[in-house]
Write a protein that binds this ligand. Structure first.
Ligand code: FPP
Length: 243
């Protein structure tokens, strides 16, 4: 396929991708930052720092190849159980990311949306999120969804509560109460670092999602690894329960 704006030959696998069968929504569990750092005798947070750079690269690449929704699991509700120092570091990375990247996202016509229980986050982070969403809301090339303080069960409980208040018990009514009802379900879910689990990510939305697990640690992930996952996806037959 031709990848707009990218140097020819830089990503050899790109030639093999069928542009007609691109996954429109890719979700990623960015795992392995800690192990990447440990292997290099660096503090764990260095892995998160490198992981953020990789995320930035993958966001841009996704928009360039025509992905329409990219969801990244940046902070889970379970992550509050980590040492305070690491939590503070992750919050600061997020602050820095939102301050610095909003302009780039806007320039790249990428809309940012946050999924998660934001009211439990520090007030200034909530404010940065609100501003970033507001400033990028016209982006039509791709929507980037950052899952922050996100838990799949908690999202389901929340939607169930709102649904019962309304009194209409259907899948459509339920969906309207997800964090981002307008976002179509992921076609492909990638998890790095060799773990083969869902870890409370997008439980409702991944009913028919293709799962791809790679041993590559997130800080080592690259455009070529991303293309590998897409090629693997394109080799699968999606039947959605039919024959
Ligand atoms: C999992 O690695 C990764 C996380 C818990 C955080 C993911 C966050 C980022 C990549 C960067 C933050 C994003 C933004 C938008 C600033 P791990 O620490 O569980 O690794 P391990 O399993 O090897 O210990």
């Amino acid at each position: 396929m031709r990848i707009e704006g990218l140097k020819k030959g830089l990503f050899p696998l790109a030639e093999k991708i069928n542009p007609e069968r691109l996954p429109l929504h890719v979700a990623i569990i960015m795992d392995g930052n800690g192990r990447w750092a440990k292997k290099r005798k660096l503090p764990r947070v260095k892995g998160h720092e490198k992981g953020t750079e990789v995320l930035r690269k993958i966001i841009e690449f996704s928009a360039n190849i025509g992905i329409k929704y990219l969801t990244a699991f940046a902070f889970s509700k379970e992550n509050w159980g980590r040492p305070e120092e690491e939590i503070n570091f992750l919050m600061n990375l997020l602050r820095r990311y939102l301050r610095k990247e909003t302009k780039n996202l806007k320039r790249n016509r990428i809309k940012l949306s946050i999924a998660g229980d934001r009211e439990e986050l520090p007030i200034d982070v909530q404010e940065l999120m609100r501003k970033a969403e507001e400033e990028t809301k016209k982006g039509e090339r791709m929507e980037l969804i950052l899952a922050i303080n996100y838990g799949g069960r908690s999202e389901i409980m929340r939607a169930a509560k709102f649904m019962s208040q309304e009194g209409e018990f259907t899948q459509e009514a339920f969906r309207r109460h997800l964090f981002l009802p307008h976002v179509q379900d992921p076609d492909l879910l990638i998890r790095t670092s060799g773990e083969q689990r869902i870890s409370n990510f997008l439980l409702w939305q991944i009913a028919y999602t293709e799962l791809y697990f790679t041993p590559v640690l997130w800080p080592d992930f690259s455009e070529e690894e991303f293309l590998k996952a897409i090629l693997d996806y394109q080799g699968r037959e999606r039947r959605f329960g039919r024959i």
